[in-house]
Design a protein around this ligand. Structure first.
Ligand code: NI
Length: 199
């Protein structure tokens, strides 16, 4: 009875915990860092693109940024989000030229710059995939208050998953945080939400 309970209940509890972290982060972002008080989210970073070139936050000034953190081995949330972002860009039409989506890996050990670059290009050539050293990734994740945690592989050297928060961050043309954008909404809504913030 007990072991059966744990077998069935634990995955449910794990899902609730992860959902709770996402929901909590969402409320936190909306409540503490709404449009009236930008700041606190984001900051300088130095990362590497799929061609092996260094990309800093300063290189991206002049365009709105739509920043997302994830990893290429992600079974569901990341590919779904990137599909939706790509579709939202199509819906935005010419306005999308002013928006640069970034996909920053939280799994630099497997997601080399080349791996991330090829991954994002498969969704849309407009999405810029970025990796870096573990220190660079930890620093940028900290600046964006991104939660991520590597789960231990079942056996040493085996596959593993990474829990991570799933929020899109819209940054202005000077690199300042504007607002969070829900990652789990249909592309049309996502596009409308982004368009509202483009001045
Ligand atoms: Ni993911």
């Amino acid at each position: 009875m007990t072991s059966k309970f744990f077998r069935t209940a634990l995955p449910v509890v794990a899902v609730l915990v992860v959902a709770g972290i996402g929901g909590g982060a969402w409320l936190y972002l909306n409540g503490s860092f709404g449009e009236s008080q930008p700041g606190g989210i984001g900051g300088p970073f130095t990362l590497t693109n799929g061609a092996g070139q260094t990309v800093t936050d300063r290189d991206l000034r002049g365009r709105y940024l739509l920043v997302y953190f994830g990893y290429t081995f992600c079974p569901d949330v990341c590919p779904t989000t990137l599909n939706d972002v790509a579709a939202a860009l199509e819906i935005l039409g010419p306005k999308a030229d002013r928006v640069q989506p970034l996909f920053i890996t939280v799994d630099p050990a497997r997601d080399t710059p080349n791996v991330v670059g090829e991954y994002t290009a498969a969704f849309s050539p407009r999405i810029l995939g970025l990796s870096g050293t573990p220190e660079q990734i930890a620093a940028v994740a900290r600046e964006y208050r991104v939660y991520f945690m590597l789960n231990k592989p079942a056996k040493p050297g085996g596959d593993y998953t990474v829990d991570h928060s799933s929020i899109l961050y819209l940054m202005d043309t000077s690199g300042r945080f504007i607002a969070p954008v829900r990652a789990d909404q249909p592309p049309a809504q996502m596009a409308a939400e982004i368009a509202r913030h483009l001045t």
